[in-house]
Design a protein around this ligand. Structure first.
Ligand code: ACO
Length: 324
């Protein structure tokens, strides 16, 4: 068996909804500006007691159930997150016990918004090389915990959530290819202002908590250019044409970036899965959340050709071409 396939998916969102109108009350912004510039209407925000780990646990349980896979059969657990519950153990390790996984490898991968694409790529390689038969992959975040809710440039963009997939070994693809990249030259455009080892003594704003610092307009331009390149790389690696694709499942950062990608691929928006209007940017959770939604509501059918892509802090970016 030399390929991996998606056996099941799951996702979880916090119950708490924060609408654009809610934000209008605390920062100088408007529902109209947010909808026109980003496509976002509302986002979900974790409440006290809800964490990246609790959201991920439910998403993983649902994915295992959908795949009809016993947790004891899992050979590896890879978790994309940039907002782990603790410094250590990793969120994957914290969940290993709660999910009833065996003492398989369990790790967090930090690639910001591309975290799920990185995690999926690692998982697929383990299956392809024969070291794992069943792998649990999750993307989960509580970015709301590192957003400065007083800054309109970033407060409007982000939300919390989790999405998961179970991969299993099979004779036919499945995942045709995954592609991951990074370029650390753009740190100044998208970063956080503090961290564990650097410390946050110098942080004065945001009640002394670390926060996301982003030059959104510049990030936007690099994102569109870079995603265009990776889409071409992915199709040409498989000698496939744009017209072969059934679905685009993009990272949900901004509807204008998503529309630009659809245009580049000559795809009608009817074949693009969009959740950004209701979820905002959930970072590593955004692609698996969108995937799970479109599988569960029956839009994505077995045999469809799916292109997944994401771009985020680092910069990092990644893609996967999947025969579902
Ligand atoms: N409400 C009202 N006005 C605002 C807001 C707001 N929330 N935010 C900015 N503005 C103002 C600005 O001050 C500016 O005003 P000015 O013209 O008087 O100077 C004007 O609106 C335009 O600002 P821009 O930043 O140029 O707006 P833009 O159209 O670029 O939209 C946005 C900003 C939504 C952030 C967009 O650039 C974007 O989505 N960027 C990409 C984000 C992304 O993909 N990030 C990667 C993943 S995140 C991760 O990895 C953690």
């Amino acid at each position: 068996m030399k390929y991996s396939r998606i056996a099941g998916t799951g996702s979880q969102l916090p119950d708490k909804v924060v609408t654009n109108h809610d934000l209008e009350k605390t920062i100088e912004t408007s529902d109209q500006w947010i909808r026109e510039r980003t496509g976002i209407r509302e986002r979900r925000v974790a409440v006290d007691g809800e964490t990246t780990g609790t959201l991920a646990r439910e998403a993983c349980r649902k994915a295992l159930e959908a795949a009809d896979v016993d947790p004891a059969e899992i050979d590896l657990f890879v978790m994309g997150t940039t907002t782990p519950d603790l410094v250590f153990p990793s969120t994957a390790c914290l969940l290993q016990k709660q999910l009833g996984l065996p003492d398989c490898g369990a790790m967090d991968v930090n690639a910001a918004c591309s975290g799920f694409m990185y995690a999926l790529s690692v998982a697929d390689k383990y299956v392809r090389c024969g070291d794992a038969k069943k792998v649990l992959v999750c993307g989960a975040e509580t970015l709301s915990r590192i957003v400065n809710w007083n800054k309109r440039e970033t407060a409007i963009l982000f939300g919390d959530g989790a999405g998961a997939v179970v991969l299993e070994a099979c004779d036919d693809p499945g995942i045709l290819s995954t592609h991951i990249h990074a370029n650390g030259n753009y740190v100044d455009l998208l970063t956080t202002n503090a961290g564990i080892s650097v410390g946050w003594d110098a942080v004065e704003e945001n009640d002394g908590k670390p926060e996301i610092i982003m030059r959104g307009n510049e990030v936007f331009k690099v994102a569109v250019r870079t995603l265009g390149r990776i889409v071409e790389e992915t199709l040409s690696a498989n000698q496939l044409e744009k017209s072969d694709l059934t679905w685009l499942i993009p990272h949900q950062a901004n509807l204008r970036i998503i529309s630009a990608m659809a245009k580049m691929l000559d795809m009608n928006m009817d074949h693009v899965v969009v959740t950004v209007d209701r979820h905002g940017n959930t970072s590593a959770a955004s692609v698996p959340l969108a995937l799970d939604e479109a599988i569960r509501d029956g839009r994505i059918q077995r045999g469809d050709l799916l292109l997944l892509e994401a771009f985020g802090g680092g910069f990092t970016w990644g893609s996967a071409l999947i025969r579902y």
